[in-house]
Ligand binder design. Structure first.
Ligand code: 13P
Length: 254
């Protein structure tokens, strides 16, 4: 079924690329994705954001951060506020990435607080949800992903929802080379859309971009993106090489 949702391919560089390396990658990316028929986003480390914003000005590449604190300012050593990101010219931010949940004590509640703070500051948010291997084997994937999504969106209004993208990232598929099958991705992305329908109404749910992430690469992107409820990708490893990332963007543009 045709839809008019925005397809978004976003690179999550994670803790990779010095500013010097970021310049090299962006220089290679600009011509490689210039003809994209989808939205292209790069989420760089904090240290490369200012450079990325500067380098991509006037191009079709949008810049995002990988995390944001929920307070506006104050004694939060090492943290970065939404206002600081906006001030730099950053447009997107990722919240709730599984690596932050796993290694930095992120909870559904803090994901919600970060998401609200980012939206209230005018950022677009890529909210990550997804089950780990044990949860998949226990057969609780749908309940878990529904719960994560519902809590992440507490207090997010219908008016703010167009600024929200949901990224379904099964933890067992991240960085493992073990991609979810396109049917598995569709099943969970469809279930997220159903939940959005319950929360915001079916018409609104049909407009939300839902991405898949987890070992997406040039070889599997087209098949995954061909599924009706998979509207884009959040790309880790393959976003660090211009040619691989551009191939995924090309697959999303077809
Ligand atoms: P990989 O593409 O390296 O599996 O990472 C996916 C991811 O976590 C993107 O946020």
């Amino acid at each position: 079924m045709e839809n008019n949702r925005k397809t978004i391919i976003a690179g999550n560089w994670k803790m990779n690329k010095t500013t010097t390396e970021a310049v090299e990658l962006i220089d290679a990316l600009i011509p490689a994705v210039a003809d994209a028929q989808c939205e292209v986003v790069i989420c760089t480390p904090f240290t490369a954001l200012a450079t990325a914003v500067e380098k991509t000005r006037g191009t079709n590449i949008h810049v995002g951060a990988q995390n944001v604190h929920f307070e506006q300012s104050g004694a939060f050593t090492g943290e970065i506020s939404a206002e600081m990101l906006v001030d730099l010219g950053v447009e997107y931010v990722i919240t709730g990435h599984s690596e932050r949940r796993q290694y930095f004590a992120e909870t559904d509640e803090t994901v919600n607080k970060r998401t609200l703070a980012a939206l209230n500051a005018g950022l677009k948010v890529l909210v990550c949800v997804g089950e780990n291997l044990e949860q998949r084997e226990q057969g609780v994937t749908e309940e878990l992903v529904r719960l994560q999504t519902k809590i992440a969106l507490q207090g997010v209004t219908k008016e703010q929802l167009p600024q929200v993208v949901i990224a379904y990232e099964p933890v067992w598929a991240i960085g493992t080379g073990k991609t979810a099958t396109s049917d598995q991705a569709q099943e969970v992305c469809g279930c997220i859309r159903q939940l959005l329908g319950e929360l915001y109404g079916e018409d609104t749910a049909q407009t939300v971009t839902i991405q898949y992430g987890g070992s997406m690469n040039p070889a599997n992107a087209e098949e995954l993106l061909g599924k009706p409820d998979v509207d884009g990708g959040l790309i880790g490893g393959a976003s660090l090489k211009a040619d691989a990332f551009a191939s995924i963007v090309a697959a999303a543009s077809r």
